[in-house]
Design a protein around this ligand. Structure first.
Ligand code: ATP
Ligand code: MG
Length: 384
């Protein structure tokens, strides 16, 4: 008998099932994302759920897949009562419990028993086959979930919470400004959760930044790649332009001008690769360059939408997610970050567009240098 027991993973879509017209595309994308981890022929998609072969590695993979509301390790058998009883007995023998409940659902409406008749039947089955067990509907030690569908029935005892959200890559792509800090990795993950595929852009300034800085970025991007299967990182050596902007007459505007330059460059890359949005880890009023006036002055150079998923987050909310997705441990490693090195002591907190433009006019080679740099981008590919 033992060898006939089939174990599978049942995957529930949750939010996806609500999305009408787009549903087919979402489910197709979810399958693609599952296939980064799980063999094609081990996955079966249905209109409201998916099944995949049980293995510890397949189970582990589901921790990284958005668009799943919950999943369960299930035993699969026929819809005959006797076959279901055999599995209930097996689970009961393997579990430590004194109180239990049966939660049976008859999806197959032609089945000869109703859900409540099934509950009664299997409840009695356990009571008469096992000593010292009692029914407790409000707070049982163990719940036997039994789903009877057209051809098969599924028996399981727990729901594992999925990541929720939408399948990564079903909403298009964003070019994400990534640093080694705490915020931008979290922001990237939140956008992945809403279905965006993330392409990463990082500015480095060697020799001020070193291997530690690039190692951090690589580790962060590797971790985030787990949520989308593959990723591209554009890394730009920005030293020459940083030094050039450093010559500006009003030092308070250095960071503001550098950010305008970042977004001009980002926009050109996004347009070249047909990416429709730019994103970052900005948080309103956290630092000088993230006041509303700064955002207004910097935004001017970029016509693509700039997505800021952390705009209204408290720092502790961001940190909680950073810990959950394990980027926190990497972000807190000490390394030299581009902006920290360059920041003046008292940066302007309320810059304006006119002054920024005037100062850029002083730096007559700025746009030329930015265009040159586009030919020197290092493109790094990541795959899980
Ligand atoms: P983070 O923790 O993401 O670094 P932060 O709160 O420290 O954010 P800043 O360092 O001012 O804020 O950066 C604001 C945003 O600018 C970052 O979230 C990131 O999106 C982008 N950014 C900062 N430094 C870089 C860099 N070297 N390369 C690419 N993007 C950067
Ligand atoms: Mg930072």
């Amino acid at each position: 008998m033992e060898s006939q027991v089939e174990k599978e993973i049942l995957i529930r879509y949750g939010e996806l099932t609500l999305k009408g017209e787009n549903k087919k595309d979402f489910i197709k994308q979810l399958r693609k994302n599952l296939e980064f981890y799980i063999k094609k022929d081990e996955i079966k998609m249905e209109y409201d759920r998916a099944f995949c072969k049980y293995s510890p590695s397949n189970l582990e993979a589901l921790k990284y897949i958005f668009g799943i509301s919950s999943y369960s390790v299930v035993y699969k058998t026929s819809i005959n009562l006797e076959d279901i009883e055999i599995l209930i007995k097996k689970i009961a023998n393997e579990s430590n419990f004194s109180s239990f409940a049966i939660n049976a659902r008859r999806h197959n409406k032609n089945y000869h028993m109703t859900s409540s008749q099934l509950n009664m039947h299997f409840g009695h089955y356990i009571l008469s086959n096992f000593a010292n067990k009692k029914v407790d509907l409000s707070n049982p030690d163990l719940i036997f979930y039994i789903e009877i569908r057209d051809k098969f029935s599924y028996i399981f005892t727990s729901y594992i919470e999925g990541l929720g959200g939408l399948p990564t890559s079903c909403s298009g792509r964003s070019l994400h400004l990534i640093s080694g800090g705490i915020d931008s990795p979290v922001a990237a993950n939140l956008l992945q959760k809403r279905g965006l595929h993330i392409t990463f852009l990082n500015f480095i300034t060697p020799p001020h930044t070193d291997k530690k800085t690039t190692d951090k970025i690589n580790d962060i991007v590797s971790l985030l790649t787990k949520y989308q299967g593959e990723a591209t990182l554009f890394q730009i050596n920005y030293t020459k332009i940083m030094n050039y902007i450093g010559l500006v007459s009003n030092q308070k505007y250095k960071i503001c001008l550098m950010r305008r330059s970042f977004y001009r460059i980002a926009q050109k890359i996004a347009q070249k690769y047909n990416i429709k949005a730019i994103s970052n880890g900005e948080n309103l009023a956290q630092v000088a360059s993230q006041t509303l006036e700064s955002i207004y002055t910097i935004q001017e150079v970029c016509s693509l939408p700039i997505l800021r998923p952390l705009l209204s987050f408290d720092k502790n909310e961001t940190i909680a997610i950073a810990k959950k997705i394990k980027t926190m441990d990497i972000s807190i490693i000490k390394a030299c970050e581009t902006c920290e090195l360059f920041a003046p002591k008292f940066p302007v907190t309320k810059p304006n567009r006119e002054t920024a433009r005037e100062l850029e006019n002083e730096l007559s080679d700025l746009i030329k240098l930015e265009n040159e740099i586009l030919n020197e981008i290092e493109i790094i590919k990541f795959k899980i």
